[in-house]
Write a protein that binds this ligand. Structure first.
Ligand code: MCA
Ligand code: AMP
Length: 517
């Protein structure tokens, strides 16, 4: 237990890493604006004072569904320093999805775009959320108007390390997402581990091209730069040509595999264009060894692949330099490297026996980065931990003789498309509710750009005349665009095994060549 005076508020560690010269540029945004370190401190202080003025109960959630902007990042920092719980939501979520998150999280504050305000207001009313503000990516919105009237000085609230800092929804194996509760300590321990393990150094400059409503862009990228007092080149959206243009002025880039595939599609990606860079990090989805090798041949850089989860932050990483716990310093394609310092990883079979070298089983982890559980789901949380306190990741893999971890599959029914998670159970429930649909199945198949995409198989009710295109457009009006199946087939029946379970593996085999070029 921490002493009451010990303040483990993550913002303190971030603020302590700001450079002495607060007038220096902290963020160079692609809208032409630059933000100094003083801007980050003062504007997040104003937002923190605004949040504090609401006198919300401790642990209140601040739900945010806004387009990527530096002001949105400042709202995250403000939530930390105000001792509240940041809840970022993918901007692609539509009202049905948002109704679930807002109903489940019951936020004290909801921040959304002006465009979505009408229906977000309805959800807020239903959930008892008293404060709904707007924030648009052109530096306007009621949040900024109200914050302007606040003092630019704010002392971060005293937070114990086990107090919640963020909730991220993820892993809807049951068709519905669960809120992963992350504490100040979870986030800080992981951020400090990565700062050391990836050799962050004075003068580093990060190109930030990821969304900031997931762990990769919000924690791994932003904490990496801020905890190192490093400038960020801030792109509101990934564009390979824009990234290429900035490479000569940067040293670190982080991306999901799709970003690397698209950069490789650019003739401008050359050794010369990347010679100033120090580190390329990939994760959130499997990096194909072809991509890993092509990048090495084209640029001379060896991508560093790492593995993480919303529930745990980063778990394993290929070595940046020599890792004195292992005889290796090689980054190996097709592996996710070694368990990070402080992380204990094991592989177990279904009976709970710990497996040995090269034996494939369920990956389980322990560490200060592992979350506090799922929001208001104690039973589900208990199911995800072993009796001796390991978190069951739902990933299937092995550890080889050199200590490298390889992920070979997933026990959970999950498709990772362009780095976004698509939960078949959730999409199947939407499809089954469409008129004339008797049942459906969504499976993941390889895709040259997104890595993996969803393909739907739908069975019609007797007499119903289903058109695949009509089903797809119906889904488009209900769920986030990235979740919409890239192909839909109307068949007479689904393959089932003796127990009557749909054999998704047969469907995956049947459609695996659909997008192969
Ligand atoms: C866009 N589209 C997609 C995806 N993104 N379809 C499938 N999967 C996707 N990921 C579709 C849209 O529906 C749209 O189709 C069309 O592509 C163009 O939309 P647009 O938004 O312009 O797409 P984009 O700009 O090309 O986006 C692709 C992207 C984006 C840049 C790869 O998906 C992205 O930023 N992914 C990163 C996700 C991320 O940050 N993951 C980290 C999760 P239509 O026109 O038909 O609607 S954190 C995590 O996984 C763990 C913890 C970890 O280890 O990091
Ligand atoms: P999320 O549900 O957003 O927390 O995503 C976490 C999941 O992404 C993990 O459980 C893995 O299945 C997957 N993942 C993350 N990084 C990698 C990686 N480097 N290789 C393969 N899968 C990964």
């Amino acid at each position: 237990m921490t002493t009451p005076t010990q303040n483990s508020n993550l913002f303190n560690a971030i603020r302590a890493a700001f450079p002495d010269d607060l007038s220096a540029v902290a963020v160079e945004a692609d809208n032409g604006k630059t933000y100094s370190w003083a801007d980050l401190d003062e504007q997040s202080a104003q937002m923190a004072n605004l949040l504090a003025s609401l006198n919300l109960p401790a642990g209140s959630r601040v739900a945010v569904q806004v387009e990527k902007s530096v002001e949105a990042m400042m709202l995250y920092l403000a939530t930390l320093r105000a001792g509240l719980v940041f809840l970022p939501l993918n901007t692609a979520y539509q009202s049905a999805e948002m109704a679930y998150f807002i109903g489940n999280a019951e936020p004290g504050v909801l921040v959304c775009t002006t465009k979505n305000l009408p229906w977000v207001n309805e959800l807020a009313k239903a959930a008892g959320t008293q404060h709904v503000w707007t924030l648009d990516d052109n530096q306007t919105g009621t949040l900024l108007e109200l914050a302007k009237a606040q003092s630019p000085v704010h002392t971060p609230v005293v937070s114990a390390s086990e107090e919640l800092a963020a909730i991220l929804y993820t892993s809807g194996t049951t068709g519905r997402s669960k809120g992963a509760m992350l504490s100040h300590g979870n986030l800080l321990s992981n951020a400090q581990t990565l700062k050391n393990y990836w050799g962050w150094q004075h003068g580093d400059v990060l190109i930030h091209a990821l969304p900031i409503f997931h762990v990769h862009g919000l924690f791994v990228a932003i904490h990496g730069a801020l905890l190192n007092g490093s400038k960020m080149i801030w792109l509101s959206k990934f564009d390979p040509k824009v990234v290429l243009a900035h490479l000569p002025k940067a040293t670190v880039f982080m991306g999901v595999p799709t970003l690397y595939v698209r950069l490789l599609g650019e003739a401008g990606l050359t050794r010369e264009a990347t010679q100033n860079m120090r580190l390329f990090v990939a994760g959130s989805a499997p990096l194909l060894t072809e991509t890993f090798k092509e990048w090495q041949d084209r640029t001379g850089h060896t991508i560093l692949e790492r593995y993480g989860m919303s529930e745990t932050g980063m778990l394993t990483s290929n070595p940046y330099a020599l890792d004195d716990r292992y005889a290796e310093s090689e980054r190996r394609g097709g592996t996710v490297g070694f368990p990070l310092p402080g992380v204990t990883l094991r592989v177990q079979d279904d009976e709970g026996a710990t497996l040995g070298v090269d034996e494939i089983g369920g990956i389980q982890v322990k560490g200060p980065n592992v979350f506090q559980g799922y929001w208001r789901m104690p039973e589900k949380t208990a199911e995800e931990f072993t009796s001796d306190g390991y978190f069951k990741t739902g990933d299937v893999g092995k550890v080889d003789a050199r200590g490298y971890v390889q992920i070979v599959g997933r026990a959970k029914d999950l498709i990772i498309s362009g780095g976004y998670n698509v939960y078949p159970a959730e999409i199947e429930s939407f499809m089954n509710d469409l008129p004339g649909v008797a049942e459906s199945a969504l499976v993941g198949v390889p895709h040259p750009d997104f890595g993996e995409v969803g393909v739907a198989v739908v069975i019609a009710k007797p007499g119903a005349d289903l058109q695949a295109d009509a089903l797809i457009s119906a889904l488009k009006s209900q769920v986030a665009n990235f979740k919409v199946p890239k192909k839909c087939f109307v068949l007479n029946e689904l393959p089932r095994n003796a127990m009557g379970k749909v054999q998704k593996n047969l469907l995956r085999d049947q459609y695996k060549g659909l997008f192969q070029v």
